[in-house]
Design a protein around this ligand. Structure first.
Ligand code: HEM
Ligand SMILES: *[C@@H]1O[C@H](CO)[C@@H](O)[C@H](O)[C@H]1NC(C)=O
Ligand SMILES: *[C@@H]1O[C@H](CO)[C@@H](O)[C@H](O)[C@H]1NC(C)=O
Ligand SMILES: *[C@@H]1O[C@H](CO)[C@@H](O)[C@H](O)[C@H]1NC(C)=O
Ligand SMILES: *[C@@H]1O[C@H](CO)[C@@H](O)[C@H](O)[C@H]1NC(C)=O
Length: 514
């Protein structure tokens, strides 16, 4: 009898609960949502590449969409004015990040900068990243690393051409270049090309990097359907744990090396000169180790490894792929290439491009900006999450909603851009490129905006400029390059780019001296 009573009371409350929940939801004005399936939500509507699939949905249902990825509520924004609402008055609310399994493993339990929830810890990391590590002063100190790497690429290309080679696959060259640049700044080491100290270590890094981006890039079913939490279908979770352990060991080796070196420099009185050198070229690890000395409980090795990994993951492929997209766009538009070349010849002349010249090359900047408009390598930015209820475009957005801003769609919105799919760098010179509103936001906006944007612009600018300055570039064959984008974390080309090249006559002297 007692049990019956208890069960009836339970059932009664259950009904009351579900009815009141329904009533409450009725009153909430949620954004439009296509029909969904139980358990899967809208997962069945999503195809690769995700940004195209979401653009298709937005074209049908509107620029603000509420979806469910399994059990996770997701908001899709694909208009410039809504993006502005997210990143201005609601910026703090959307500055949080969802807890996805990649962040647990690759982000050291959500303590690393790209993954950390909004709060005092993230704010501190962000301060360190922008003031101590990616400040224009610090970046300036490392311009020699970037110049050296770019020249080394020119030297390799020139040597190959002397041997009669005339076709080059640029994607892997760019990846190696940006990886060397980032590692040079982080740890003072080089992993590809000549003077590589530890080939074994370089190989391990290479494996770990490619495995990591595969794993971070492929969505983990368990993030969205936690009912299946006890299953690890594709062994994704296990692979993550394994690759993160290997990465962690490597990062630790790098830290230990710099720590030993720092001790030597700190304590030897006879090294007056070297102390100066050290101070001038303090690597990122050195900077973080100094912070560790003053505040050892906070700046643990784990925090340092988290920052190093975040910079490496966020900075390498993004810049390399942007350079690749820019080169392939120019090969399809030889007139743009000619104009860039003329600008370089006029303002830099017969010597090799330096970073300080970049300010004199507005057209080159337009090319990069137009490339980032058509092929933003983070087409959906990184996922955000709302930490409170808010109102967007007149709709209610509950707290705990994952936000994806479809930058790819905004950048191709015919209401904002004339002939949106055409590659026309000139539009950034005219009124169309004017910066009012959030028409072009390849680096995001607001509190979570990419802290490496100016470093990226320099790396890409210097590489592109020097390539155009030193060589003549052409497509392989008559046909235009296939500009289809592939699936992946950082929107790659479906087909890695190949080009025909030969040294420019005017630069032969310069190139043979490299
Ligand atoms: C063309 C190159 C690059 C592009 C297009 C790019 C784009 C982005 C985007 C869209 C975000 C997410 C913004 C958001 O959450 O709304 C981001 C975050 C980030 N980027 Fe970049 N990025 C580039 C290069 C770099 C470089 C060179 C570095 C540093 C070395 C870097 C470091 C970071 C970091 C640390 C974050 C996480 C920020 C946070 O969560 O607080 N990025 N980037
Ligand atoms: C988007 O829609 C176009 C045309 O309707 C279709 O051809 C394409 O396959 C769709 N793409 C995705 C990723 O759903
Ligand atoms: C991760 O952080 C949570 C709290 O935020 C803690 O309960 C958990 O033990 C941590 N896990 C690891 C592996 O450090
Ligand atoms: C190109 O984009 C960068 C970064 O978003 C911006 O600072 C710059 O003003 C833009 N340049 C032009 C010519 O539009
Ligand atoms: C371009 O490449 C994509 C992906 O590799 C392929 O599906 C498509 O058919 C190609 N288009 C042309 C015109 O060759």
């Amino acid at each position: 009898m007692d049990i019956f009573l208890a069960i009836s009371v339970l059932i009664f409350f259950f009904f009351l609960f579900s009815i009141s929940k329904r009533l409450l939801q009725k009153r909430k004005n949620l954004p439009p949502s296509p029909p969904s399936l139980p358990i899967l939500g809208h997962l069945h509507l999503l195809k690769k590449p995700l940004h195209r699939s979401l653009t298709n949905l937005s074209n049908r249902f509107g620029p603000i969409l509420s979806l469910r990825f399994g059990s996770r509520p997701v908001l899709i924004i694909s208009s410039s004015s809504l993006a502005e609402e997210c990143f201005s008055k609601n910026d703090i609310i959307f500055a949080d990040r969802p807890r996805l399994s990649a962040g647990k493993h690759f982000g050291y339990n959500y303590t690393a900068i790209g993954w950390a929830p909004y709060g005092p810890h993230w704010r501190n990391l962000r301060r360190i990243a922008t003031i101590e590590i990616l400040s224009s002063n610090r970046i300036q100190m490392f311009s020699a690393v970037r110049i050296q790497e770019v020249r080394s690429l020119m030297k390799d290309l020139f040597r190959d051409s002397e041997l009669g080679i005339s076709v080059v696959e640029l994607k892997s060259r760019f990846s190696e270049l940006t990886f060397n640049v980032m590692m040079g700044m982080i740890a003072g080491k080089r992993y590809y090309g000549e003077n590589v100290v530890n080939l074994e270590e370089a190989k391990r890094f290479h494996e770990i990097t490619s495995e990591s981006s595969t794993l971070i890039g492929s969505p983990n079913f368990r993030d969205f359907v936690p009912v299946l939490g006890w299953m690890d279908f594709e062994g994704v979770e296990k692979r993550m744990v394994r690759v993160v352990r290997r990465r962690d060991e490597l990062m630790q080796t790098l830290i230990d090396e710099r720590r030993r070196r720092k001790k030597k420099v700190d304590f030897s009185p006879s090294m007056g000169v070297e102390v100066e050198v050290e101070k001038k070229e303090k690597t990122f690890i050195d900077v973080l180790l100094s912070l560790q000395e003053t505040e050892p409980e906070y700046y643990t090795d784990q925090i340092i490894k988290g920052l190093m990994s975040a910079l490496l993951t966020a900075g390498t492929e993004t810049s390399a792929l942007t350079t690749e997209w820019a080169m392939s766009l120019q090969l399809n538009h030889p007139d743009v290439l000619e104009k860039a070349k003329a600008e370089l010849d006029m303002h830099v002349g017969p010597r090799l491009l330096e970073e300080s010249d970049l300010a004199k090359l507005p057209y080159l900047h337009c090319i990069i900006n137009e490339t980032l408009r058509l092929y933003p390598v983070a087409p959906l930015l990184l996922p955000h999450e709302s930490s409170e209820e808010s109102i967007l475009g007149g709709f209610d957005v509950p707290r705990g909603t994952m936000l994806l801003v479809n930058v790819w769609a905004i950048h191709r919105d015919p209401k904002l851009w004339v002939d949106p799919t055409d590659f026309k760098p000139e539009r950034f010179q005219g009124p169309e490129g004017a910066k009012e509103g959030l028409k072009s936001i390849p680096f995001g906006r607001g509190r979570r905006v990419c802290p490496g944007a100016s470093l990226a612009m320099r790396m890409v600018g210097l590489t592109l400029g020097t390539l155009i300055q030193c060589f003549e570039w052409e497509r392989v064959g008559e046909e235009k390059m296939n500009m289809t984008e592939g699936a992946g974390l950082t929107m790659p080309r479906a087909q890695p780019m190949k080009a025909v090249y030969k040294p420019r006559h005017t630069m032969l002297n310069m190139l043979s001296q490299l």
